[in-house]
Design a binder for this molecule. Structure first.
Ligand code: SF4
Length: 579
């Protein structure tokens, strides 16, 4: 049987089914039911793969490998979900080695939902890496970690979430999607959504931005009235059910069959839309029995080749003021349930106001001033080769503790950064990456490579965090007309060895990720593999440098010596004076 990667390279429209893991052991009654369904799905030739969730919704559950093993050994392709919420980078690497050793070669790499449950109280969220960092790590494993290890052969999937209300939510999702593909994602699944215009927009964006070659799979959730209620209440981060759709679901839920026939037909129509739009397959979720899968597929087979166009006009549940990246998207979709308004990609470039809610003026002005001031001082102090940057490097290198730098400077750094940015002293500063907003203190998941998929109408999925920092960052850049450059940099992997040290000193002496980024772009390319892109070669060089520098830092710490200089003599960071 073909692997998932081979199937994705073919032309046949694929079908995947998602199984949600359960809380409890394999002997629990619920696990027995899921296993029975898995056994039935294994026998269905029209089901190409089975996906198994990882602590879905942020709740503790049976490990997906436990449910996946019997499926894998029965000969079906399995996709294991791997998320960053419960495991740090070392644990993720261990998990990946184990997956590879046991024969699981398909991984859906995600940031993951914020933990909501746990034994004895809520679990501590990890988020040491994000989805981009995890994809980059798996890609590196596929290349044998600098040829020192056997190569894994992961087929890496990623998720994108574009059913968002505001421009500052939608566009950063697309930019992050490109970053995921650049880092090694082999296929993309979109988040559950019920608006064909957004499905079309995603495909169109990918085709128009040079990433359309990556297989895109459409998420089809088989609704029930109860599930619609949960989604409408915002109980599942990133999934939107509008009042109009909820009313439809409630109405059909009251029918004698509880709406079963309607919801299956609805799912089949969604599937037809994805097929018509040129997606590579459909990913069925909300599945509790084989009959539902069979019926959805059966209904979809009865449709004519152009029927999906009419379905696309029906399944267009948008929200008032919703942002669309292309001006003709709403008209092309037909019905505008909820009164969605278009806005153009060109508008985004030209600095026009988004169709969605504008930024409040007073706050916007204050944010604008702080942003302009931060950019100016950052350029003044940290541009390699400039006077202050050279002085800073000299001062730090001559100080008694080069990890902290001269005490008066350190006091100044702490006081100004805490007051202006709510700095948490992580030592590997990402302020310039997020338009001078601190992800450590203001992002619940410490996202440094773009937003997670959990925003709700611009707000963070986690209560108490207000507007998503990436939306705020986007709006700051948009005011300067540079918003499409939001993620125009190598992936940021925060170095925990720098925590509690001076980020100014780390920058001046080339110890933080910004210096690695300079190194990354200066590093010579090394031999490509079939899955290696030029950017992944460069990124890999940066990762090797990070490890080397980490080891040197540890060494120097143990010996009580000053921190070592940048090991790459070609890099701009290394060219700085070190006293
Ligand atoms: S601030 Fe944004 S990126 Fe961070 S957790 Fe909240 S929604 Fe996700």
């Amino acid at each position: 049987m073909d692997t998932l990667r081979e199937q994705l390279e073919g032309a046949r429209f694929l079908v995947g089914v998602e199984l949600v893991s359960i809380r409890g052991s394999m002997s629990e009654a619920t696990a027995v039911r899921v296993r029975a369904l898995a056994t039935q799905l294994v026998d269905r030739p029209e089901v190409d793969w089975i996906s198994i969730t990882d602590n879905a919704g942020g709740n503790p559950q049976l490990h997906p490998q436990a449910l996946g093993k019997p499926i894998l050994y029965a000969g079906k392709e399995v996709v294991i979900h791997l998320t960053c919420k419960d495991l740090n980078r070392n644990a993720l690497e261990s998990a990946a080695w184990q997956l590879d050793s046991e024969g699981f070669h398909n991984v859906l790499a995600m940031t993951g939902d914020y933990p909501v449950g746990g034994s004895g109280g809520r679990a501590k969220p990890v988020f040491d890496l994000d989805s981009v960092g995890l994809i980059a790590m798996l890609d590196r494993m596929n290349r044998g970690f600098d040829d020192k290890h056997l190569k894994t052969s992961f087929c890496i999937g990623a998720v994108t979430s574009n059913t968002k209300l505001r421009e500052g939510e939608v566009v950063p999702q697309y930019l992050k999607l490109a970053k995921k593909i650049e880092c090694g994602a082999h296929f993309i699944i979109n988040q559950v959504g019920f608006d064909a215009r957004k499905a079309r927009e995603l495909k169109r964006w990918m085709d128009g931005h040079g990433i359309g070659h990556t297989p895109l799979v459409g998420n089809v959730y088989v609704l029930t009235a109860r599930a619609a209620r949960l989604f409408a209440a915002g109980r599942v981060a990133g999934i939107v059910v509008t009042p109009a759709l909820l009313e439809l679901c409630e109405r059909h839920g009251r029918s004698p069959d509880g709406g079963k026939a309607f919801f299956r037909e609805f799912a089949a129509r969604q599937m037809a839309i994805f097929r018509g739009l040129g997606y590579r397959g459909a990913y069925l979720g909300g599945i509790h029995d084989l009959a539902t899968v069979e019926r959805v597929l059966e209904i979809e087979r009865t449709f004519g080749s152009d029927d999906w166009k009419a379905f696309a006009r029906e399944i267009a549940f948008g929200r008032p003021g919703e942002f669309f990246a292309y001006p003709d998207e709403v008209e092309a979709g037909g019905a505008t349930a909820g009164g969605a308004r278009p806005a153009a990609e060109t508008a985004a470039r030209a600095g026009e106001r988004p169709a969605a809610r504008p930024v409040r003026k007073a706050r916007g002005r204050r944010a604008g001033l702080l942003y302009a001031f931060s950019r100016w001082t950052h350029a003044l102090m940290f541009t390699p080769g400039r006077l202050l940057s050279r002085w800073g490097a000299k001062l730090v290198a001559r100080s008694r503790d080069p990890a902290q730098g001269p005490p008066p400077l350190r006091v100044l750094e702490r006081a100004t950064k805490a007051a202006l940015f709510r700095c948490k002293d992580c030592g590997d500063c990402s302020l310039p990456d997020v338009a001078f907003l601190c992800p450590e203190s203001q992002c619940a998941k410490n996202q440094r490579n773009g937003p997670c998929g959990g925003t709700r109408e611009g707000r963070c999925e986690v209560d108490g965090y207000g507007e998503c920092i990436w939306l705020r960052a986007y709006e700051r850049l948009k005011a300067a007309g540079t918003e499409l450059a939001l993620l125009d940099h190598a992936p940021v992997l925060q170095n925990q060895a720098l925590r509690g040290t001076s980020s100014w000193a780390n920058n001046w002496l080339g110890r933080d990720h910004s210096a690695l980024r300079a190194d990354t772009h200066a590093a010579p390319p090394h031999p490509a593999t079939p899955h290696t892109t030029p950017s992944s070669e460069l990124r890999d060089a940066g990762l090797r440098d990070a490890e080397l520098r980490d080891a040197q830092l540890r060494d120097a710490e143990l010996r009580g010596q000053p921190q070592p200089p940048n090991p790459n003599p070609q890099s701009p960071a290394a060219a700085r004076p070190h006293g």
